[in-house]
Design a protein around this ligand. Structure first.
Ligand SMILES: Nc1nc2c(ncn2[C@@H]2O[C@H](COP(=O)(O)OP(=O)(O)OP(=O)(O)O)[C@@H](O)[C@H]2O)c(=O)[nH]1
Length: 510
């Protein structure tokens, strides 16, 4: 099918395919690059979540390690006045060593303050209503507990309580050992991480209570996250996972990676805005696409020029063909004109001479006879004198048509205007008898035209003819011989009174 299209159309198809190919390659590359960006960012958020989980786990573990020692000490030494005094010093020393800790506290079985890392505290304070206290009072578990965030009663700071139960010797509830980690500590750490403008980080208890997050606000700590898509994703995907979630608060679509802490019932979530993740990709894609479109435009422009050139070439070729055809027609006409007599339409003298030589050659080869009839209009000078030169021309045309109709019967026959009012008929492969018969027929036919001629006796235009036929043996001189013999016979016809046909006299026949 493509073969039937013109070169220009094929070029258009080719250029269009090249342009589409370029655009497709660019589109495919951009898509691949986008997927790569998203994969890389997924790995990055996952790594971020791992680092956050490790950091939170480490901090809680440090505080918990202190608590393990404290519980063991209180359970073995008791809380007498001397022990409490030593305990206070110990607590103050530990807090000074661990900057992430806001304080260390010991409460008795009723929630009263027994000791803490601060040397002075308001009297008659009771923490029995705190969530961690109630948890330990109700649960015999000896493990650590990460409580819901609290606001310090003494300094107003937001804190994460890490606590352990203290038992009496009989295993009954004796109180709580508490370490409080400053939420500031996490806030500062999260602030040091690069998560773009719209990224978010969070530390959440597995029951859905928010500990802290970035961006941070005082209302953040303790918020119930159970209804959030993030919490649902964590619950459904397990301890480690990734999910695209559109924020209900700011409407931003984020890639979230979440991960449970190795040792505590909390999880962290690190999220980056999809728009920010793809910002670089968009920039690259715009540059690429711009370059790609430019390339396509250049290819299209070059293709367009090529098509135009092809069209021009085709046009030029068509014009050249037309010019050549016209030239050939003109040439043919010129050729005909060069070989034709303008007045009578018979062959002209040049054509006659060429044909005579050709036919003599053929007759020599074929050993055939070649006959010639020389015809001359009788008393034509007088005709011109009487009727005028134009009428003479017309008379010659009529005679020419008559001669042509009778003489050119066979392919080789040629009727020509030999000169003036003299005509010649060349008859290949014809003997003198047949040529005489034809000459007579011509003479009679012209007489029968009955062209009035007041200058002659019978009143009509007549003609005389001389006939000769020979079997040429050689090329040289034969044409002249033939013409002269026919001419002589014509002269004879004239001298014998005109309006007749004479054959050339030969010594044997004369
Ligand atoms: N109208 C016209 N006259 C021609 C043309 N060619 C030759 N003639 C005339 O033909 C005449 C020929 O005259 P002549 O050669 O004296 O012979 P004739 O008058 O025909 O007398 P005979 O041949 O002896 O019968 C001349 O007057 C030429 O001018 C032509 O093309 N047109």
């Amino acid at each position: 099918m493509l073969r039937r299209l013109s070169l220009a159309s094929r070029t258009v198809v080719f250029v269009a395919l090249v342009c589409l190919g370029l655009l497709a390659i660019d589109g495919w590359n951009s898509w691949q690059s986008r997927q790569l960006h998203l994969r890389q960012m997924s790995v990055a958020t996952s790594n971020l979540a791992r680092a956050m989980a490790q950091q939170a786990d480490d901090q809680i573990k440090l505080a918990d390690t202190v608590l393990v020692g404290l519980v063991e000490r209180i359970e073995s030494e008791g809380t007498g006045p001397a022990e409490v005094a030593r305990l206070r010093e110990f607590l103050a020393l530990r807090v000074a060593q661990l900057p992430q800790l806001d304080g260390l506290h010991i409460y008795d079985e009723d929630g009263n303050w027994v000791a803490n890392s601060r040397q002075i505290w308001p009297q008659n304070l009771n923490n029995a209503e705190r969530e961690y206290f109630q948890f330990h009072r109700a649960s015999a578990s000896r493990g650590p507990h990460v409580g819901v965030p609290v606001t310090s009663r003494t300094n107003g700071r937001a804190l994460v309580p890490i606590s352990r139960r203290i038992n009496h010797a009989d295993g009954s509830f004796a109180g709580v050992a508490l370490a409080t980690i400053r939420i500031d500590f996490f806030v500062n750490f999260y602030a040091s991480l690069d998560i773009g403008q719209a990224g978010a980080l969070g530390l959440i208890r597995e029951d859905g209570t928010m500990i802290t997050r970035r961006p941070y606000s005082p209302s953040t700590a303790g918020r119930d996250m159970r209804g959030s898509d993030l919490f649902q994703a964590y619950r459904s995907q397990g301890p480690v996972g990734t999910a695209y979630i559109r924020s209900a608060q700011d409407g931003v679509l984020r890639l979230n990676s979440f991960r449970r802490l190795p040792n505590y019932p909390l999880f962290v979530a690190a999220s980056l805005s999809k728009e920010e993740i793809l910002a670089d990709w968009w920039r690259e894609t715009l540059w690429h696409s711009g370059g790609g479109v430019l390339l396509v435009l250049v290819v299209a422009a070059v293709g367009w020029r090529l098509v135009k050139q092809f069209e021009l070439q085709v046009q030029t070729e068509a014009e050249l063909r037309r010019a050549r055809d016209a030239l050939e027609t003109l040439n043919g006409t010129l050729k005909t004109l060069a070989m034709e007599d303008g007045l009578t339409g018979l062959a002209n003298r040049r054509k006659f001479d060429v044909t005579l030589n050709t036919e003599i050659g053929r007759a020599v080869r074929d050993a055939s006879t070649l006959a010639l009839i020389m015809i001359d209009v009788d008393c034509f000078k007088q005709y011109n004198d009487i009727y005028g030169h134009a009428a003479g021309d017309e008379c010659l045309q009529k005679i020419g048509r008559t001669v042509a109709a009778l003489a050119a019967r066979r392919p080789g026959d040629l009727a020509a205007r030999y000169g003036g009012e003299e005509l010649a008929v060349l008859l290949p492969n014809t003997d003198v008898q047949d040529a005489l018969l034809l000459a007579e027929r011509i003479r009679n036919a012209v007489r029968d035209l009955k062209i009035a001629h007041a200058g002659v006796e019978n009143g009509f235009v007549t003609l005389s003819a001389g006939v000769e036929a020979l079997r040429p043996s050689a090329l040289d001189g034969q044409s002249k011989e033939l013409i002269e013999a026919a001419d002589k016979a014509l002269y004879q016809a004239k001298t014998q009174g005109r309006d007749r046909v004479c054959a050339a006299a030969h010594p044997s026949t004369s």
